[in-house]
Design a protein around this ligand. Sequence first.
Ligand code: NAD
Ligand code: UFG
Length: 336
Amino acid sequence: MRVLVTGGAGYIGSHTCVALCEHDFEPIVFDNFCNSSPEAVRRVESIVGRRIPVIEGDMRDREALLDVLERHAIEAVVHFAALKAVGESLSCPLEYFDNNITGTITLLQAMQAKAVHRLVFSSSATVYGGAETIPATEDSPLSVTNPYGRTKLVMEQLIADVCAADAGFAAMILRYFNPVGAHPSGQMGEDPKGIPNNLMPYIAQVAVGRRDKLRIFGNDWPTPDGTGIRDFIHVMDLAHAHVAALRGLPRQAGATMLNIGTGKGTSVLELVRAFEMASGRNVPFEFVGRRPGDIAELWADPSLAQEVLGWRAEYDIERMCEDTWRWQSAYPDGYA
Ligand code: NAD
Ligand code: UFG
C-alpha cells in the first residue's frame, strides 16, 4: 500500500517510515522541513535499504497535495504534519490554527477530490486537558488548556465530521501519550530545535553535556515522589501502532479514537534515575516551581487499541532510555 506520510521527516514520522517499510508499505514523505531535516529521511533510507520519495511542500498548498496523491497513486494517508510546541502556541495562536487546522482541511479536501478515504491521524493525550479520570479512556471528558491542544481537538472533530458525512471515509485517530526513545540502531532519534520543551530530550542533552542541569518543574505534586507522572511510550512502539492502524482501517467505519500509551506511569525522578543507569552518566537537576498548565499525573488505558488493532506497547522505560542514549551519544548535535 502506498502511504502518504505528512510530516514524515519529523521525529515520529521518520520512525514510522522505518516501520512502514519493514511491513511492506511504501511511504511517500511530504514535509516542509519547518521542524525537521531531510537528513532524517536519508537515515530511514539507509536503515531500510530503499529509496523513499520525498516531496518538499506545505500542507496548506492544495495543488501540491492533489499532485502527490495522484502522481504516487496514494491509497492512505498518515497525517503527522503539525506545529506542536505548547508554549509557542500561546504566543502565536494564529500560526498554530493556520498551520494545523488549515493544513488538515486542505488535506481532507484533497483526499476527497482524489477519492483517498483512509486516514491515520496524530492526536495527543493533550485532549484530556486536566485529566480528571486516570487512567484516561477514550470516553474521558475532553478539554484543552492551550491553542496547540485546541488545534488537536478541532482536527479530531473535523475528521470525525468528514467520516460522518461520507460513509466511505475511515480514520484512526491515535492519541499519543508521551513519545520518547529512538530507533535501536542509534542512527535516528529526536532532534528538537533550540531548547527542548520535553523531558526526555532535555535529560539526554544534560547527560551528553550540551546543558548543565535539568530543571524539574515541581516536587510538591500529589504523587509518591512529588514529581509529575506520565505515560512514556517508545517511539518504535508508536510507529508499530501506525502499521496496525493502517491494517485495521479497511475493517473500520467512521472515525475511531484510540489511546496509544503503555498504561504505566513513570515519575520525572524515576525517568532521571533510569536514564542515569542506562547512560552511566550523572544527570544533575534542581527543583524549580511548577510549569504553568502542567498536571500532576496522566497515563493511558490502552485496552481499546489492543482490542481494535491487536497492538500493545512492548518496550519498557529502561529500553526507552538505552535507545535514546545510543542516539544522543552517537550524535550529540542531532542531525546537524
Ligand atoms: P515533529 O515536529 O518532529 O514533526 C512534525 C513534522 O511536520 C516536521 O517534520 C515538520 O517539518 C512538519 N510540518 C509541520 N507543519 C507542516 C506544514 N504546514 N507542511 C508540511 N510539513 C509540516 O513532531 P513529532 O513529535 O514527530 O510529532 C508528530 C505529530 O504527533 C504532530 O502532529 C504532533 O502534534 C503529534 N504529537 C506529538 C507528541 C510528542 O510529544 N512528540 C505527542 C502527541 C502528539
Ligand atoms: N518536565 C520537567 N522539566 C523539563 C521538562 C519537563 O520537569 O525540562 C516535567 C513536566 O513538568 C512534566 C513531565 O516532565 O511533569 C513531562 O513533561 P513533557 O513536557 O515532556 O510532557 P507533557 O506531558 O507536559 O506534554 C507532552 C507534549 C504535549 C502532549 C502531551 C501528551 O509536550 O504536546 O505530552 O500527553 F500533548
